[in-house]
Design a protein around this ligand. Structure first.
Ligand SMILES: Cc1cc2nc3c(=O)[nH]c(=O)nc-3n(C[C@H](O)[C@H](O)[C@H](O)COP(=O)(O)O)c2cc1C
Length: 171
């Protein structure tokens, strides 16, 4: 039953982000796909993170996070941050990045956008923690094709695929 429900929840299509933060000048980060917009005034997002992730407590400590929204070109970076733990290695070694105004690592390559966020609340949600954060600044990255995650696989989304904007659909 659990594995069936896992598969059913996995039918929700999502983007992929690398959540970053800094504690005592050291960068930390992990990949997340359980992320969504939750408010536009103020601009807010929510990210669901397992306490098993090393980044989990770093976010509680720093109270801020960077959201690097990944592009198709950033697939290997997303995989790197999503399969290794910062408990044992420095995941930023060899990575090109700068720091945001809130001191969160901004990835220089493989992103659609970056959001600089203050964590305003966190709630226990089953076996995860839901971080609610206010987006105080944002920048576009160098890429435009999003990295899409669906049923544990990565997909590329291109403009020439069949798609329809919500303004084109008549009631
Ligand atoms: C595509 C992808 C999406 C992921 N989404 C999440 C997520 O939304 N929440 C979460 O807790 N872990 C998620 N993970 C797993 C963490 O990124 C992974 O456990 C990571 O190694 C944790 O790193 P850390 O121990 O340095 O924090 C995801 C991994 C991948 C590859």
């Amino acid at each position: 039953m659990t594995s069936k429900l896992n598969k059913i929840l996995d039918t929700i299509v999502s983007g992929v982000v690398v959540v970053t933060t800094s504690v005592h000048g050291n960068p930390f980060g992990m990949t997340a796909s359980w992320v969504t917009k939750i408010s536009s005034n103020p601009h807010m997002i929510a990210v669901s993170i397992s306490p098993k992730c090393f980044t989990h407590n770093k976010l509680k400590e720093s109270k801020s996070m960077g959201i690097n929204v990944m592009s198709w070109d950033g697939l290997k970076i997303a995989q790197h941050f999503g399969t290794k733990t910062g408990k044992h290695i420095d995941k930023f070694e060899g990575m090109q990045f700068s720091h945001s105004a809130l001191n969160n690592p901004v990835l220089n390559k493989g992103t659609l956008a970056f959001m600089d966020c203050n964590i305003v609340e966190y709630l226990q949600a089953g076996d995860h923690t839901l971080y609610l954060a206010e987006v105080v600044e944002g920048y576009f990255g160098e890429n435009e094709d999003p990295l899409v995650y669906y049923r544990k696989k990565y997909f590329e989304l291109r403009e020439n695929l069949v798609c329809m904007s919500i303004d084109e659909i008549e009631a």
